[in-house]
Write a protein that binds this ligand. Structure first.
Ligand code: PSU
Ligand code: MN
Length: 304
């Protein structure tokens, strides 16, 4: 096993006894939600996975190591630290070699999960092709990672701060299957509807696991997007989100926000504009994804 990896006692025990493990990202903790809701949510999400019979492994970079599973103190440190670096693929060698504190994005969490032989990963929303990418070239490294790293990513779709049509086109070009759960449509994170169909609909964990197992058994490397719509009762009104997204996008442009700062800027601005409501939606959908991820990890475990 890779010398940069270090496992929590809980995850190490799961590896020894062969229990299914579910990876969780940490940018959602450091850059996606405010303290203390971020730490509370991270703990609640881990507990949902345990209660469903799998083992949670929140991933972050600390002291030159990739931590697979965090202790309570480590989770608290990450949740409170103002200077945790947002780490995607290109940032991994820097954060490790400089011994900085790093929170992993979807792309970096997939890389670390694969190194640790974990094949199911739960998050809120994936990155994608940004609106206006034809001039900004802003396309999340998450999409390239999905193209090449063999981890199933459970999410609630992607936020409409992105161009969801172009995001789906990009995934198609790179051979990444997009599977919706319980509906035909690709969900848009805060809402269940994007106006775009997913590639396939698979409602049960067994169907999803069989699909993923088949992909990898064929030697087709790369990820699968499992898009699990936010529960109806927790979804936000479509027009409201769209209005705030347009405002946040224009502010980002006026203020010259570029590069890796774009996504955190938009997420935090939308959070402010919706008051606490978008945060409640965000927490509900991550919990909903955690349950699905645990069931999927168990079903995939039984495929082998
Ligand atoms: N989208 C969300 N919530 C998030 C992110 C995206 O709805 O927290 C985070 C994830 O960590 C994702 C990253 O991998 O932002 C994408 O950033 P970028 O667009 O800079 O690649
Ligand atoms: Mn970007």
């Amino acid at each position: 096993m890779h010398s940069y990896l270090t496992f929590s006692a809980e995850v190490q025990a799961a590896r020894v006894s062969g229990k299914p493990v579910v990876a969780l990202e940490s940018t959602i903790i450091s850059h996606g939600m405010p303290y203390p809701q971020n730490v509370q949510t991270a703990r609640a999400v881990e507990q949902i996975i345990r209660d469903a019979g799998a083992v949670p492994a929140t991933i972050a970079i600390m002291n030159g190591k990739i931590n697979i599973g965090l202790s309570d103190a480590e989770l608290e440190l990450l949740g409170q630290s103002a200077d945790a670096m947002k780490v995607s693929r290109r940032d991994l060698p820097y954060v490790l070699s400089s011994q900085r504190l790093g929170a992993t994005t979807v792309a970096a969490t997939m890389i670390c999960a694969a190194l640790a032989e974990i094949n199911v990963f739960v998050t809120g929303g994936i990155g994608g092709v940004h609106r206006g990418a034809e001039t900004s070239f802003d396309i999340s490294a998450d999409l390239q990672e999905l193209a090449q790293t063999s981890v199933a990513v459970v999410c609630a779709g992607a936020k409409s701060i992105l161009d969801l049509g172009l995001t789906l086109e990009y995934l198609e070009t790179h051979g990444v299957p997009v599977v919706s759960v319980g509906q035909e449509e690709f969900p848009a994170f805060f809402t269940r509807h994007s106006g775009f169909p997913a590639d396939f609909r698979l409602d049960t964990a067994e169907q999803q696991a069989s699909f993923i197992h088949t992909k990898w058994a064929l030697g087709l490397r790369g990820g699968v997007v499992i898009a699990n719509p936010v529960p109806e009762a927790s979804a936000m009104p479509q027009h409201e989100i769209e209005q705030m997204t347009v405002q946040a996008l224009s502010e980002a442009q006026q203020q010259g926000v570029v590069g890796k700062a774009v996504t955190p800027f938009l997420l935090s601005r939308i959070k402010q504009l919706t008051g606490g409501r978008s945060l409640e939606t965000n927490i509900a959908l991550v919990k909903n994804n955690a349950l699905l991820g645990a069931k999927l990890a168990i079903a995939l475990h039984n495929c082998h």
